[in-house]
Design a protein around this ligand. Structure first.
Ligand SMILES: Cc1cc2nc3c(=O)[nH]c(=O)nc-3n(C[C@H](O)[C@H](O)[C@H](O)COP(=O)(O)O)c2cc1C
Length: 191
Protein backbone atom coordinates (compact mmCIF):
# COMPACT_ATOMS: atom_id res chain seq x y z
CA UNK A 1 0.00 0.00 0.00
CA UNK A 2 2.81 2.40 1.00
CA UNK A 3 4.59 1.52 -2.25
CA UNK A 4 1.41 2.21 -4.22
CA UNK A 5 0.97 5.61 -2.53
CA UNK A 6 4.58 6.37 -3.29
CA UNK A 7 4.03 5.56 -6.97
CA UNK A 8 0.92 7.77 -7.01
CA UNK A 9 2.84 10.59 -5.28
CA UNK A 10 5.59 10.22 -7.86
CA UNK A 11 3.05 10.41 -10.68
CA UNK A 12 1.50 13.50 -9.14
CA UNK A 13 4.89 15.16 -8.82
CA UNK A 14 5.63 14.37 -12.46
CA UNK A 15 2.20 15.66 -13.53
CA UNK A 16 2.73 18.86 -11.53
CA UNK A 17 6.13 19.41 -13.18
CA UNK A 18 4.53 18.82 -16.59
CA UNK A 19 1.81 21.39 -15.79
CA UNK A 20 4.42 23.91 -14.62
CA UNK A 21 6.45 23.28 -17.78
CA UNK A 22 3.35 23.97 -19.86
CA UNK A 23 2.86 27.31 -18.07
CA UNK A 24 6.37 28.54 -18.65
CA UNK A 25 7.85 29.44 -21.97
CA UNK A 26 11.27 27.84 -22.27
CA UNK A 27 14.10 28.20 -24.75
CA UNK A 28 17.29 26.26 -25.39
CA UNK A 29 20.14 28.42 -26.70
CA UNK A 30 23.18 26.45 -27.78
CA UNK A 31 26.27 26.33 -29.95
CA UNK A 32 27.51 23.03 -31.35
CA UNK A 33 30.30 22.24 -33.79
CA UNK A 34 30.06 19.57 -36.48
CA UNK A 35 32.95 17.95 -38.36
CA UNK A 36 36.10 16.46 -36.91
CA UNK A 37 35.67 15.81 -33.18
CA UNK A 38 38.13 14.84 -30.44
CA UNK A 39 36.60 11.50 -29.50
CA UNK A 40 33.64 10.66 -31.72
CA UNK A 41 35.11 10.98 -35.22
CA UNK A 42 33.66 13.15 -37.95
CA UNK A 43 30.17 14.08 -36.83
CA UNK A 44 27.20 15.49 -38.76
CA UNK A 45 25.28 16.38 -35.59
CA UNK A 46 27.23 18.02 -32.77
CA UNK A 47 27.27 16.58 -29.25
CA UNK A 48 25.72 19.65 -27.65
CA UNK A 49 22.95 19.72 -30.25
CA UNK A 50 22.03 16.17 -29.30
CA UNK A 51 21.57 17.27 -25.68
CA UNK A 52 19.64 20.38 -26.80
CA UNK A 53 17.30 18.12 -28.78
CA UNK A 54 16.74 15.84 -25.77
CA UNK A 55 15.84 18.92 -23.68
CA UNK A 56 13.33 20.17 -26.24
CA UNK A 57 11.81 16.72 -26.58
CA UNK A 58 11.45 16.39 -22.79
CA UNK A 59 10.26 19.91 -21.98
CA UNK A 60 8.79 21.33 -25.17
CA UNK A 61 11.33 24.17 -25.10
CA UNK A 62 11.91 26.19 -28.27
CA UNK A 63 15.44 26.31 -29.67
CA UNK A 64 17.88 28.88 -30.92
CA UNK A 65 21.16 27.58 -32.35
CA UNK A 66 24.03 30.04 -32.31
CA UNK A 67 25.44 29.42 -35.79
CA UNK A 68 28.73 30.55 -37.23
CA UNK A 69 30.40 29.11 -40.33
CA UNK A 70 33.86 30.23 -39.21
CA UNK A 71 35.08 26.72 -38.49
CA UNK A 72 33.42 24.85 -41.38
CA UNK A 73 35.61 22.17 -42.93
CA UNK A 74 38.58 22.81 -40.64
CA UNK A 75 40.60 20.05 -38.97
CA UNK A 76 40.17 19.53 -35.23
CA UNK A 77 43.64 20.94 -34.60
CA UNK A 78 43.02 24.03 -36.73
CA UNK A 79 39.75 24.73 -34.86
CA UNK A 80 41.58 24.31 -31.54
CA UNK A 81 44.32 26.74 -32.57
CA UNK A 82 41.88 29.31 -33.92
CA UNK A 83 39.66 29.06 -30.83
CA UNK A 84 42.67 29.55 -28.57
CA UNK A 85 43.69 32.70 -30.46
CA UNK A 86 40.11 34.00 -30.33
CA UNK A 87 39.97 33.46 -26.59
CA UNK A 88 43.35 35.15 -26.02
CA UNK A 89 42.15 38.17 -28.03
CA UNK A 90 38.66 38.07 -26.38
CA UNK A 91 37.12 38.15 -29.86
CA UNK A 92 33.43 38.32 -30.71
CA UNK A 93 32.79 36.19 -33.83
CA UNK A 94 29.46 36.92 -35.54
CA UNK A 95 26.53 34.52 -35.43
CA UNK A 96 23.51 34.11 -37.71
CA UNK A 97 19.86 34.78 -37.05
CA UNK A 98 17.95 36.33 -34.21
CA UNK A 99 15.45 35.42 -31.54
CA UNK A 100 11.93 36.78 -31.93
CA UNK A 101 10.92 38.47 -28.70
CA UNK A 102 13.28 37.11 -26.05
CA UNK A 103 10.97 38.63 -23.41
CA UNK A 104 8.49 35.74 -23.88
CA UNK A 105 10.92 33.24 -22.27
CA UNK A 106 11.06 32.72 -18.49
CA UNK A 107 13.53 29.85 -18.46
CA UNK A 108 16.51 29.57 -20.81
CA UNK A 109 18.84 26.60 -21.07
CA UNK A 110 22.29 27.72 -22.25
CA UNK A 111 24.28 24.93 -23.89
CA UNK A 112 27.83 24.74 -25.12
CA UNK A 113 30.79 22.54 -25.85
CA UNK A 114 33.69 23.46 -23.57
CA UNK A 115 36.38 25.20 -25.60
CA UNK A 116 39.56 25.91 -23.72
CA UNK A 117 37.84 25.71 -20.37
CA UNK A 118 34.76 27.79 -21.12
CA UNK A 119 32.39 28.99 -23.85
CA UNK A 120 33.51 29.38 -27.47
CA UNK A 121 33.87 33.12 -28.08
CA UNK A 122 30.76 33.21 -30.28
CA UNK A 123 28.69 32.50 -27.17
CA UNK A 124 30.09 35.69 -25.62
CA UNK A 125 28.87 37.50 -28.75
CA UNK A 126 25.43 36.07 -28.01
CA UNK A 127 25.67 37.21 -24.37
CA UNK A 128 26.58 40.73 -25.53
CA UNK A 129 23.60 40.72 -27.93
CA UNK A 130 20.79 39.50 -25.65
CA UNK A 131 20.10 40.79 -22.17
CA UNK A 132 19.01 37.77 -20.12
CA UNK A 133 19.17 39.50 -16.73
CA UNK A 134 16.15 38.66 -14.58
CA UNK A 135 15.63 35.25 -16.22
CA UNK A 136 16.23 31.76 -14.92
CA UNK A 137 19.28 30.41 -16.78
CA UNK A 138 20.17 26.72 -16.74
CA UNK A 139 23.67 26.04 -18.10
CA UNK A 140 24.73 22.75 -19.65
CA UNK A 141 27.92 21.64 -21.35
CA UNK A 142 29.42 18.75 -23.24
CA UNK A 143 33.14 18.23 -22.78
CA UNK A 144 35.97 15.72 -22.73
CA UNK A 145 37.18 16.12 -19.16
CA UNK A 146 36.63 19.71 -18.01
CA UNK A 147 33.03 19.29 -16.86
CA UNK A 148 31.36 22.70 -16.83
CA UNK A 149 34.77 24.44 -16.71
CA UNK A 150 34.26 28.17 -16.10
CA UNK A 151 30.89 28.34 -17.85
CA UNK A 152 28.79 28.87 -14.73
CA UNK A 153 30.92 31.73 -13.41
CA UNK A 154 31.25 33.27 -16.89
CA UNK A 155 27.46 33.14 -17.34
CA UNK A 156 26.98 34.82 -13.95
CA UNK A 157 29.48 37.50 -14.99
CA UNK A 158 27.58 38.08 -18.24
CA UNK A 159 24.22 38.28 -16.45
CA UNK A 160 24.68 39.36 -12.82
CA UNK A 161 20.93 39.76 -12.33
CA UNK A 162 19.91 36.37 -13.73
CA UNK A 163 19.29 33.29 -11.61
CA UNK A 164 21.88 30.79 -12.82
CA UNK A 165 20.92 27.37 -11.50
CA UNK A 166 20.67 23.62 -12.12
CA UNK A 167 23.80 23.19 -14.25
CA UNK A 168 24.58 19.90 -16.00
CA UNK A 169 27.55 18.47 -17.85
CA UNK A 170 28.11 15.28 -19.81
CA UNK A 171 31.01 13.82 -21.78
CA UNK A 172 30.60 14.44 -25.50
CA UNK A 173 31.27 10.77 -26.22
CA UNK A 174 28.40 9.80 -23.89
CA UNK A 175 25.59 11.90 -25.34
CA UNK A 176 24.39 9.43 -27.98
CA UNK A 177 23.56 6.96 -25.19
CA UNK A 178 22.89 9.70 -22.66
CA UNK A 179 19.19 10.48 -22.94
CA UNK A 180 18.38 8.88 -19.56
CA UNK A 181 21.04 11.05 -17.86
CA UNK A 182 19.47 14.14 -19.41
CA UNK A 183 16.00 12.94 -18.39
CA UNK A 184 17.21 12.46 -14.78
CA UNK A 185 18.67 15.97 -14.72
CA UNK A 186 15.48 17.52 -16.16
CA UNK A 187 13.33 15.59 -13.66
CA UNK A 188 15.41 17.01 -10.82
CA UNK A 189 15.03 20.62 -11.95
CA UNK A 190 12.34 22.72 -10.37
CA UNK A 191 10.93 23.93 -13.68
C1 LIG B 1 38.40 24.21 -29.92
C2 LIG B 1 38.09 23.13 -28.93
C3 LIG B 1 38.50 23.25 -27.62
C4 LIG B 1 38.15 22.28 -26.67
N1 LIG B 1 38.53 22.47 -25.38
C5 LIG B 1 38.11 21.57 -24.44
C6 LIG B 1 38.43 21.78 -23.06
O1 LIG B 1 39.06 22.76 -22.66
N2 LIG B 1 37.99 20.85 -22.16
C7 LIG B 1 37.27 19.76 -22.54
O2 LIG B 1 36.90 18.97 -21.69
N3 LIG B 1 36.95 19.54 -23.85
C8 LIG B 1 37.34 20.42 -24.79
N4 LIG B 1 37.00 20.21 -26.11
C9 LIG B 1 36.16 19.06 -26.47
C10 LIG B 1 34.67 19.45 -26.64
O3 LIG B 1 34.21 20.21 -25.53
C11 LIG B 1 33.78 18.21 -26.76
O4 LIG B 1 34.21 17.38 -27.80
C12 LIG B 1 32.32 18.59 -26.99
O5 LIG B 1 31.48 17.51 -26.69
C13 LIG B 1 32.06 19.06 -28.41
O6 LIG B 1 30.69 19.40 -28.53
P1 LIG B 1 30.02 19.78 -29.93
O7 LIG B 1 30.05 18.52 -30.77
O8 LIG B 1 28.63 20.16 -29.56
O9 LIG B 1 30.77 20.91 -30.51
C14 LIG B 1 37.38 21.16 -27.07
C15 LIG B 1 37.00 21.02 -28.41
C16 LIG B 1 37.35 21.99 -29.34
C17 LIG B 1 36.92 21.83 -30.78
Amino acid sequence: MAALLCVIAGCNAQKKQQENMNDKKMLVVYFSHTGENYSVGNIKVGNTKIVADYISELTGADQFEVVTHKYDGMSYKAVCDMAQDEQAADMRPEFEGKIDDISQYDVIFIGTPIWWGTYPQVMFTFFDTYDLNGKKLIPFATHEGSGLGNTVSDLRKAYPKATVTGSFSIYGHDVRDGKSKVQKWIDGLNL
